[in-house]
Write a protein that binds this ligand. Structure first.
Ligand SMILES: [Zn+2]
Length: 280
């Protein structure tokens, strides 16, 4: 079987970073001081540390940035962009709640903030708290987005549908907020960094064994994030581990999305032997 991925790769890797600065606290109407100041760590320490790691490994990542954080830390966001990483949208106030009829307004507001700051419109979106509505994808398509990195329904890219009709020119790049996200390990189970590294190594090894797609989520903030030294070292060590495998391609998610949309016959999950045929 030939590879479904660019460059005939055995495994396609997307490293993604959810900026999650002060927006997390502002969205909950918390004063971002003291125990609620974790978000400030992203721009001050976590982002520079991660940029150094990515530069040293010669890879590019995707950073999802809430509009509020772009307003408050424009230099950090511009530095990420200038280093060649992708900036995707991630809500305005990291809305972990149902926006109802206001959702299009906030999607457009965040889109405009990032576009004005960078001179380049984002084409990817990750929802901040799990909430989506019937209108989310319609608004994103209208704004020119080509992918959503929010679905948990697969571990393989797929074309979403609206009213049973495949969405043209748009793709889901699913994320895994259970075992490939630092937040549950550091926030919920208080897993030591050394054990997180072993978990992620196994996840990558199995994804590689299946010839699959690997999408890691990290946060540069303090608290549940990976910006602090020992936790950032986990990210550093994981990338070094992945690079010991032959035939691995690291990509920004917008490049993966564009490649999937341009080569619609090469990557569908039916090519994976561990697949029930007919279920996409
Ligand atoms: Zn987030």
């Amino acid at each position: 079987m030939t590879s479904p991925w660019p460059g005939n790769a055995q495994c396609l890797v997307n490293i993604t970073v959810d900026f999650d600065g002060l927006s997390n606290e502002a969205g909950k109407k918390l004063l971002p001081q003291g125990i609620h100041s974790h978000g400030r760590y992203s721009a001050k320490r976590g982002v520079p540390r991660m940029l150094e790691i990515f530069a040293r490994h010669g890879i590019h990542a995707t950073f999802f940035v809430p509009g509020y954080d772009a307003e408050h830390f424009p230099e950090a966001v511009k530095a990420i962009h200038a280093a060649g990483h992708e900036i995707g949208a991630h809500g305005y106030l990291h809305e972990s709640f149902d926006l109802g009829e206001e959702e299009p307004f906030y999607l457009r507001k965040s889109h405009q903030i990032l576009t004005d700051l960078l001179g380049e419109a984002p084409v990817g979106w990750r929802n901040p708290g799990g909430g989506k509505s019937e209108q989310t994808l319609k608004v994103l398509v209208d704004l020119g987005y080509i992918y959503d990195s929010s679905e948990k329904a697969s571990d393989w890219p797929y074309i979403p549908t609206i009213a049973n009709t495949p969405l043209c020119g748009f793709i889901n790049l699913p994320d895994n907020v259970s075992s490939l996200d630092d937040a549950p390990f550091y926030r919920d189970s208080l897993t030591p960094p050394s054990e997180v590294l072993e978990q992620w190594k196994l996840e990558f090894h199995m994804a590689y064994s299946e010839g699959a797609y690997f999408d890691l989520i990290v946060h540069p903030r303090m608290g549940f994030g990976s910006g602090s030294p020992a936790r950032a070292q986990v990210l550093d060590d994981l990338i070094a581990f992945i690079k010991t495998y032959p035939g691995v391609v690291f990509q920004r998610q917008k490049d993966t999305a564009a490649w999937c949309l341009q080569t619609p016959d090469s990557w569908p999950v039916r090519r994976n032997p561990r697949t029930v045929q007919g279920v996409n």
